[in-house]
Structure formats: structure tokens, C-alpha cells
Design a protein around this ligand. Structure first.
Ligand code: AMP
Ligand code: ZN
Length: 471
């Protein structure tokens, strides 16, 4: 079965056909490293990871490229405000390079904790200034740019399909529906390719260019770096839906104007994570990081499971009740897997019985049909509840599913009944408390055992123990 994906360009579900049969070029807009990623940003990276894993599971070799924005992303989308990196530097008294290095490390730590596969190439904007200047030169040679007030602008009126993906209305654009705050712009939608000091004085990060010392606009980095690593045309470009009207619209204009070719075949956008029905933004007070959740006692994979519970094209509302439900479901799953591991070896994929194989097929079909993760999870639970499938077949199937879900079920240890001396001593102490009818102490010791990963059941023959290993 081929993969089907909802393409924002065209607004429909389309069959996925890569340019090269077994290879997929995938570009994802990465973080602006002036602060920690918030859990909304992380939702987008989880969805992109699911896409990559699904493609890999379907047999493609995915060349996954992600930019690290460490210059040029202004606080306002209309080339207004100031560079986010420089603002953070000014506020903290550190250099932009130190801030970028600190938050890039923090970003990778977060995605590792969420078991998100790292991109094959993670490219920092400041290391690719030459590629950006090269791209701007190509645009200049083709007549797509103008210089005003010392800055180089992209002239959107010269690019015939400007705004096609975002369904922007050209007439309204001309009439100035998007208010131009920058008086240098000929058309309100025009955007800066290269800033010079005439726009911002004393910018710390500056490079020589044919247009004077300065720095690149944000959009140009994604075009220059994706074209460097993936070529003038590639398969998939991802990001959050907020990027459709400006960032991705401008990326398309400058890339296609430069090469004269279609740049990206499939545009896949993830919907937002909302807090209290509001978009989560770093500037608003509702800024949660992964560390916030860890400090509240959650495992990062609880958040991953929570994200998988929503379709990537639907808004997902964050609250702790829903996160608790995800945590319960995930630990339940891990407990079942621990028990299966104690019972049997996983059956290899090629030898799964028909019942298990049929569920795995439906699981795959869900994901291949525009990444329907909730449907895939429903199939997983169908499997776990099935009374006829053997432990080995169940385990083999669920581990196979986890290659895409990424819940680290491979690492779950088999449950066992063998206790260490220390653990055994606590069990004995509890038995004593029970025979002394000291129920409060017995309950407290049950809690202590649970924390040690040991579940107990009182039977007529004594205490039955089950050790859950690393859950
Ligand atoms: P930024 O670091 O602001 O460039 O954002 C990184 C990624 O997170 C982009 O793909 C954004 O579209 C995405 N994003 C930003 N806010 C949210 C949110 N609340 N929910 C989901 N994705 C988001
Ligand atoms: Zn981008």
C-alpha cells in the first residue's frame, strides 16, 4: 500500500510518489535557538518524527534535514521588531553565539528524551551565510530583487504564483491588506533577503556581502540550506501551520524564482498544540517546556504518547488530565509488554500468525493513510486485548509497531518473580505488619514496593510478587 498524505499545496490527500524510487528528501523547519522549545514546538517535532519513521518503515531511505535558526528570525513576521537572538543576548548579557550553543544543546536533549530520531543533517544558519548570499545573487541576476534603504528585498510582484499555497488573494495583497510597516517595500508582501545597518544599527552578527555588511533574512536560510543538502527539487517540507502564510510562502517564492523549477512536491503541516484554547507562544504566560513536565513527575514518553493520541492535522488541547490519561495508558502498555516478555520470545515479523498479522496490517494502513496515529494506537490496543493471539505473536507484533511509535518498548524489562535480598526484606516486613494488623504500615510498605517496581498480591499461600523492572 502506498502512502497518502495531505498536501497543503492543493489542500487534498494525495498519493505520495517520491522523486527517486526509494529515497525521500525531507526538510523540516527547525528551532530558533533563543530559548527552550515549548511543548507546542515539540508536538510538531513528534509529528515529523512519526512521518519519518513511517516512511522508513515503508522502506524508504529518508534524508532528513533540519535548520537551526541562529540569526535573522525577527520578533515580527513582517520584517519588523528585532532579531530574536540579539534580543536574548541583550537581555542576558551573553553573546548570540553562546545563547545559540546553549539552546541548541537543550533542543537536542529534548528531542532525544522524546525518542525523536535526530535529523541526518542539522544545519545552523550562521554556518551557511555563503550559500544564502549565493541564492540572493541568483535572484538578483534574474531580476527578482530591489535595493531600498540599503536592504535587499524580494519583489513578490515579479513571482507569478506568489501566495498560491497559502491561497493568498493577490488583489487584496496589492491593495495592502497585509499592512506594510516597512516604508521601503514596493509591495506589502515583499520581504527582506539581506539586512544592512541602515535598518538595524549595531547588530552583533554581521557578514560582508555584495550589498554591504549585514545579515540574512530568516526565510532565505531555509531555501539556501534545503537546496544545498536536498537539491533544487525535493519531496517533503514540513512545519507548523503558522508558517503557511508567510515563512513557507516566501520560501517557495525565492526558491522557485531562483531555480525556475518546482521546489517541493508535498507540504505537510502540523496543527497547533493549544493551552486553554490559546495558541501556545513563548511570549504568552503559558509556556511549558519538556522539563516542566518532567519536574511534575512525568516521563517524556508520556508526552510522546499524548501527542500520538491526536491526529497531526487536528488541534490538540493540552491539560494535565489528558496527560495523566496518556501516562496511564503508556504504563499499562509497558506493564503488559513486561509480562509478555516474561512469558515468551517475540515472534519474528515473517512468522506472525494470521490474526496478529492482520492487526499489524491495519495498524500500518492507518499510518500510511495520512499518518492516522490515533487509529494506529486503537489497533495496538486491539492487539493487546486479543485473547487468542499467543504471547510471542503479541510481543513480536507490538515491538514491530513500536518501530514507528517510538515508545521504547524494546527497552522494557521482562517482569520476574525473583527478588533481591533487600526487596525480599521489605516484602517480609510487610507480611509482619499485616500479621500485626498494622494496616497503615502495610499500605505504606506496599507503596514502597511499588516505587521499587514490585507489584504484590495477597493470596492464601502468602504474598505473590511481580517485579516490573525498569518501568
Ligand atoms: P520556532 O522555534 O518558533 O521557529 O518554531 C518551531 C516549530 O514549532 C515550527 O515548525 C512551528 O510551526 C512550530 N510551532 C510553534 N508553536 C507551536 C504550537 N503551539 N503547536 C505546535 N507547533 C508549534
Ligand atoms: Zn523554514
Amino acid at each position: 500500500m502506498n502512502m497518502r498524505l495531505y498536501n497543503t499545496m492543493g489542500r487534498e490527500i494525495q498519493e505520495f510518489k517520491p522523486i527517486n524510487e526509494k529515497e525521500v528528501g525531507l526538510y523540516c523547519c527547525g528551532p530558533t535557538v533563543y530559548n527552550y522549545a515549548h511543548i507546542g514546538n515539540l508536538r510538531t517535532y513528534v509529528f515529523e518524527d512519526l512521518l519519518r519513521r513511517t516512511l522508513e518503515y515503508a522502506g524508504y531511505n529518508v534524508n532528513h534535514v533540519m535548520n537551526i535558526t541562529d540569526v535573522g528570525h525577527l520578533t515580527g513576521d513582517a520584517d519588523d521588531g528585532e532579531d530574536k537572538m540579539e534580543k536574548s543576548a541583550r537581555e542576558t548579557g551573553k553573546t548570540p553565539a553562546d545563547i545559540a550553543s546553549f539552546f541548541t544543546d537543550a533542543f537536542f536533549k529534548d528531542i532525544d528524551r522524546l525518542n525523536i530520531t535526530r535529523p541526518k543533517t542539522a544545519c545552523a544558519a550562521t554556518k551557511h551565510i555563503g550559500n544564502m548570499i549565493g541564492l540572493i545573487k541568483r535572484l538578483e541576476a534574474k531580476g527578482f530583487t530591489y535595493i531600498e534603504g540599503g536592504n535587499v528585498y524580494f519583489d513578490t510582484s515579479k513571482f507569478e504564483n506568489y501566495g498560491e499555497m497559502a491561497l493568498l488573494d493577490r488583489q487584496k495583497l496589492k491593495a495592502g491588506a497585509r499592512i506594510a510597516v516597512d516604508g521601503n517595500k514596493k509591495n506589502p508582501a515583499d520581504f527582506v533577503l539581506w539586512f544592512t545597518n541602515s535598518k538595524f544599527e549595531n547588530h552583533i552578527m554581521q557578514w560582508e556581502s555584495p550589498w554591504g555588511r549585514g545579515y540574512p533574512g530568516w526565510h532565505v536560510e531555509c531555501s539556501a540550506m534545503s537546496m544545498k543538502y536536498l537539491g533544487d527539487s525535493f519531496d517533503i517540507h514540513c512545519g507548523g501551520i503558522d508558517h503557511i502564510p508567510i515563512h513557507h510562502t516566501n520560501e517557495i517564492a525565492q526558491s522557485e524564482a531562483a531555480s525556475g523549477k518546482k521546489w517541493v512536491n508535498y507540504w505537510i503541516h502540523g496543527e497547533f498544540l493549544l493551552m486553554d484554547k490559546q495558541k501556545m507562544a513563548k511570549s504568552a504566560g503559558n509556556f511549558f517546556t519538556l522539563q516542566t513536565l518532567i519536574d511534575e513527575g512525568y516521563d517524556p514518553l508520556d508526552y510522546r504518547y499524548f501527542c500520538l493520541g491526536g491526529h497531526y492535522r487536528s488541534q490538540l488541547i493540552f491539560n494535565f488530565e489528558s496527560l495523566d490519561a496518556a501516562r496511564n495508558a503508556r504504563s499499562n502498555l509497558a506493564l503488559k509488554v513486561a509480562d509478555l516478555k516474561a512469558e515468551a520470545e517475540p515472534a519474528p515479523k515473517a512468522k506472525l500468525d494470521v490474526r496478529a498479522a492482520a492487526i499489524l496490517k491495519k495498524f500500518n494502513a492507518g499510518l500510511l493513510n495520512d499518518l492516522n496515529a490515533p487509529k494506529a494506537l486503537a489497533e495496538l490496543w486491539q492487539l493487546m486485548k486479543d485473547k487468542e493471539i499467543s504471547a510471542g505473536d503479541k510481543l513480536g507484533t507490538v515491538l514491530e509497531m513500536d518501530r514507528v511509535l517510538g515508545l521504547k518498548l524494546e527497552e522494557v524489562e521482562a517482569s520476574s518473580a525473583e527478588l533481591t535480598d533487600e526487596e525480599y526484606a521489605v516484602v517480609k516486613e510487610r507480611e509482619q505488619a499485616r500479621s500485626d494488623k498494622d494496616w497503615a504500615k502495610a499500605d505504606e510498605l506496599r507503596g514502597k514496593l511499588l516505587e521499587m517496581g514490585i507489584e504484590i498480591k495477597d493470596t492464601a499461600e502468602g504474598t505473590e510478587c511481580k517485579k516490573r523492572g525498569n518501568l
